[in-house]
Design a protein around this ligand. Sequence first.
Ligand code: PLI
Length: 507
Amino acid sequence: MAVCYHTDRAGHAGRQWDGGPGMPNRQGTHGAADIGGPGEAAPVTTGQQLERRSWAEPWKIKMVEPLRMTTREQRQEALSGAGHNTFLLRSEDVYIDLLTDSGTNAMSDRQWAALMMGDEAYAGSRNFYELEAAVREVYGFERMVPTHQGRGAEHLLSQCAIKKGQLVPGNMYFTTTREHQERAGGIFVDVICDAAHDPDNLDPFKGNVDLAKLEEVISRQGPEQVAYLSLAATVNMAGGQPVSMDNLRQVRELCRRVGVPIYLDATRLVENAFFIKEREAGYQDRSVAEIVREFCSFTDGAWMSAKKDSLVNIGGWLAVNDEQLFEEIRNLVIVFEGLHTYGGLAGRDLGAMAQGIRESVEDDHIRSRVGQVRYLGELLLGQGIPLVQPIGGHGIFLDARRFYPHLGQEQFPAQTLAAELYLESGIRGMERGIVSAGRDPVTGEHHRPRLELTRLAIPRRVYTQAHMDVVAEAVEAVYARRGEAKGLLMTYEPRYLRFFQARFQPI
Ligand code: PLI
């Protein structure tokens, strides 16, 4: 495989990505150790164009939204009022909002123009056909139904494709995905490779399915007891880690042999495709758009939260190749979302999504998107902050276990870190550890994930490099007084997806 890491000036092995053959050094990101480093690396020539060490966003800013700075006293009050859960803060009390990259993207002028061109007919809106064409062209699926967001699609797929008691193997759980699978009577089984559970493992494709685990699940109860393989690319809870094309091909072969379909969570597939282009032999000269198409061709369908890759504030879709299953979905969407040509969205939302899908696969866009995430990650690594490596596609995942080694998992270290960061700086991140993992539906015990992470998700096209510098400084300040953190006690635990609404108090 065409991968290699190099050692930076500070001697941190694996800190920066060298790219495969023909790719520019570090994808042009400015690592902490190489910002403006004169004479360090000459421009590198790729197949088509002269690449420079520095990159810039392929857009300029036309409209701005003021940010509000708060005092520590104000933040203390806001945090107590929110039960130390960053989901319960008011956004006006937040300075830099890294809670999520979902629905928080900045739309382009073309997308805003598409909003104005919304066809708000109840049935057969022109924008539906635009969306259908964009999904067909970019993802390669002939038929789809729009949904109001990703979980709407997860609900429909789970209800239509899972029979009670069937297993649903997946490459790590995602909160809403597993919730819908379990509500439909499915039993989620994790078949991701072991490397995914280790924040320090530098494997370039930590999202890969472990074929032996998948084979074991299929042979344990027979393929008819397996609803489908639930494949996410990238894998959110592992830190935005990609799946390789080679792995998918092998998974495809296995699933085809036993007749188990593969349904893809394509929410961040464009970011995954960028990593394939960068890291997997044979893909350096392929466009991200081509890689996305090829990836989808090895699956039987996909669902999408367009609030991520597709650069909109709301929207999703579900596509499956099986005609009978599609008929069922196209019928059921009316019950839960809306008519099959609007799926719970306004015509203007469909139009903005169609435009966003096309923009999302432009190479320059995705390069700067992942580049900005990596810029922040490299700054933090330069300060010795523990985080998931390799740096993923949509955010930085701080390793709260190593950040607060004196706290046990039942003291909610990742939740504590999110609260402390907000208190320090007004920057909002999110817990991705034991709270997010929830409880086993059968035993009622906490799921205890090995990864106990605080995520700083970067919205697309929203913040500048200077904001990233401020974030790095704030994390450094929290790290400097890490010994003082005492952890949290959960005082209110909702039944479903508890991390959204749970409340805590300091120990
Ligand atoms: O938030 P939705 O309902 O549009 O999408 C659900 C969803 C499905 N799959 C994946 C991989 C997601 O990341 C996802 C939502 N993620 C959120 C909200 C996040 O903050 O990561």
